[in-house]
Design a protein around this ligand. Structure first.
Ligand SMILES: *Cc1c(COP(=O)(O)O)cnc(C)c1O
Length: 374
């Protein structure tokens, strides 16, 4: 089945008691067990509404197994702590989500897990490889400069070294990019973003082979980051429009990237769909569209905060992936905790603004972004 069909039908179960079309919401935390093949409990990640969303995501990512967690960070923590142990080494690419960065620098060392940050290219990753390296973790397109990693090259390297490859696929969504088909072992999402898409849920997902998912789930069961049935049910509903939303967001972002790129008060636009973007060639190869996220840098005589205040339609907010267009200044939000010198080295200046393009009419979004520059 194609994505637009999978989002509607994969995993979902009709209500056998009343004939309802939708998966029933099973809110019970106490479930009969004598005639069941397993003991079911919300924190065991095996109740009806959990399984339905996990199966839908498995279909969309082309995976054998899946897990739905209480946040994107719970998904990442379950992967890292479920699969790594004392003495292991991990390579992370730069340009990770701020919360992931914080988890790495604040928590891993205490558990004896070593790490390095690599430039997002395969040669840099190879150079950081050690005999103890057990995992490579990438984000593509990355945050906030939309840098693109060559996924087939990373997967090939990981397979040759017999290490686990993991990708945070939040920005691309399974609609535009399927890393498992390129040889990655695990794919995770902050479901808070595009998967839920209406800025009203906090959740995460992990998909991959059962042999790895079992370990990730065991860790998650012990640490308790399960998602309640109501939110699983809402996530299932949201996923049904994922394909429609992402296609529109990606289309809108392409138009806006082109307009901003030609504007004299914009220094630079970061969007892998622009032909002069360093990620264009690889993105064209590995994605089915360039996504709804873009960043742009205002010329230095526009004060970025005043610019944000002049916007009337576009909302200044953290998070991303909603149906409404939102904007944020990474130096004040997602990348606030990164030291200034390091930010400058990465090219994250105060004039850099990150736009999460919604599904509104693109002309209305463009008009608002441009009026606030004058
Ligand atoms: C938001 C986000 C996360 C963390 O997800 P939460 O749901 O906030 O825990 C991880 N990765 C990326 C790329 C994100 O945007």
């Amino acid at each position: 089945m194609k994505k637009a069909t999978q989002v509607i039908h994969a995993g979902s179960r009709r209500d056998i008691n009343m004939g309802g079309l939708n998966t029933p919401l099973l809110a019970s935390s106490a479930i009969e067990y004598l005639d069941d093949s397993e003991v079911r409990y919300p924190r065991y990640f095996n109740t009806l509404n959990h399984n339905v969303v996990a199966e839908k995501m498995s279909a969309l990512e082309g995976a054998e197994a899946g897990l739905v967690t209480s946040s994107g960070m719970a998904a990442i923590a379950s992967i890292l702590f479920g699969l790594l142990t004392d003495g292991d080494h991990v390579i992370f690419t730069q340009g990770l989500y701020g919360g992931t960065h914080a988890l790495i620098v604040n928590e891993l060392k205490r558990f004896g897990i070593q790490h390095d940050f690599s430039a997002p290219d395969i040669n840099a990753i190879r150079q950081l490889s050690r005999p103890e390296t057990r995992m490579v973790f990438v984000e593509s397109p990355g945050n906030p400069l939309l840098s693109v990693v060559d996924l087939a090259a990373v997967a090939e390297y990981a397979q040759a070294q017999d290490i686990i490859s993991v990708i945070d696929n939040t920005f691309a969504t399974p609609i535009l990019q399927n890393p498992l088909a390129m040889g990655f072992d695990l794919v995770m999402h902050s479901g808070t973003k595009y998967l839920s898409g209406h800025s009203d849920l906090c959740c995460g997902t992990v998909n991959g082979p059962a042999r790895l998912l079992d370990k990730v789930r065991n860790h998650a069961v012990n640490h308790g980051g399960c998602l309640n049935a109501q939110d699983c049910h809402l996530l299932e509903r949201s996923l049904k429009t994922l394909e429609l939303r992402v296609q529109r967001q990606s289309e809108n972002a392409g138009v806006l990237a082109g307009r901003l790129n030609q504007h004299k008060q914009v220094l630079r636009v970061f969007y892998p769909g622009l032909e002069d973007d360093p990620g264009f060639e690889i993105a064209t190869r590995q994605m089915r569209g360039f996504g709804g996220m873009l960043s742009f840098e205002l010329v230095s005589d526009i004060d970025p905060v005043s610019y944000l205040r002049r916007l009337q339609l576009v909302i200044c907010a953290v998070s991303l992936g909603g149906v409404e267009t939102t904007i944020c200044q990474p130096t004040a939000t997602s990348h606030q905790k990164i030291p200034t010198a390091e930010r400058q080295r990465l090219g994250i200046t105060p004039g850099l603004l990150r736009l999460s393009v919604g599904i509104e009419d693109v002309e209305d979004i463009a008009a608002d972004l441009l009026q606030a520059m004058s």
